[in-house]
Design a protein around this ligand. Sequence first.
Ligand SMILES: CC(C)(COP(=O)(O)OP(=O)(O)OC[C@H]1O[C@@H](n2cnc3c(N)ncnc32)[C@H](O)[C@@H]1OP(=O)(O)O)[C@@H](O)C(=O)NCCC(=O)NCCS
Length: 172
Amino acid sequence: MPVPSNFSISPLRDADIAPICALAREIWLQHYPGIITVKQIEYMLAQRYSPDAIREQLQAGEACWDKLEVHGELCGFASYERGAQARAMKLDKLYVHQQVRGKGYGAALIEHVAQAARQLGMDNLYLQVNKYNHGSVAAYLRAGFAVEKTVKVDIGNGFFMDDYVMSRSLAA
Ligand SMILES: CC(C)(COP(=O)(O)OP(=O)(O)OC[C@H]1O[C@@H](n2cnc3c(N)ncnc32)[C@H](O)[C@@H]1OP(=O)(O)O)[C@@H](O)C(=O)NCCC(=O)NCCS
C-alpha cells in the first residue's frame, strides 16, 4: 500500500485529551461489540480513557501518546510505553477511525512507534490484541508481528482480556 499523504502524527497535548477520549469511545462502540460485551467496553473505556487517567500517564511520563490527524482532523492515535522486558517497547493502543481505515494510516502509526522505539534503543515491539479481533490481528501480521503466545488477563469486575501477545523485531 502506498504511504498516504495529507496526514500528521504528533504528540498529544493537554487540549487533545478530551477529543481523544471522545474518539476512543466512538471507535470502541463501533468496533468491539461482537468481540466483547458492551458492559466490558464501558468498563474498559472508564478504566483507560478517562481524561484524568490519560493526563496522569502523560504527566508521569509513563506512556507516550501520539495523535493522527488527516487533513487536520483528529482521526486516530497510538500509545506506547517501556515494556516489562529490557529493550522491549509495548504498543499499548492503536486506533484509526473507521472512516479512514484501509488507507495506510494504521501502518504509518505502527512505523512511527517502531521508529520512536528504535531511537530509545529498543530491540523489540510487542502488543496484546483480542484473539477474536481478526481484522486487527491481520493488520499486525501485515506489519511484521507474529503471535508469541495467548494470555487471559483478569481486569476485574468479572471481565477478562482473551488476547494474543504479538511481537516483532525492530532490527532494520
Ligand atoms: C487495526 C487498525 C489500527 C489498522 O488501521 P488501518 O489504517 O485500517 O490499517 P492500514 O490501512 O494501514 O493497513 C495496513 C495493512 O493491514 C491490512 N489490514 C488492515 N485492516 C485489515 C483488516 N480488517 N483485515 C485484513 N487486513 C487488514 C491492510 O490490508 C494493509 O495491508 P497491505 O499493506 O497488504 O495493503 C484499524 O483497523 C483499527 O483502528 N481497528 C479498530 C481498533 C482496533 O482493533 N485496534 C487494535 C487494538 S489492539
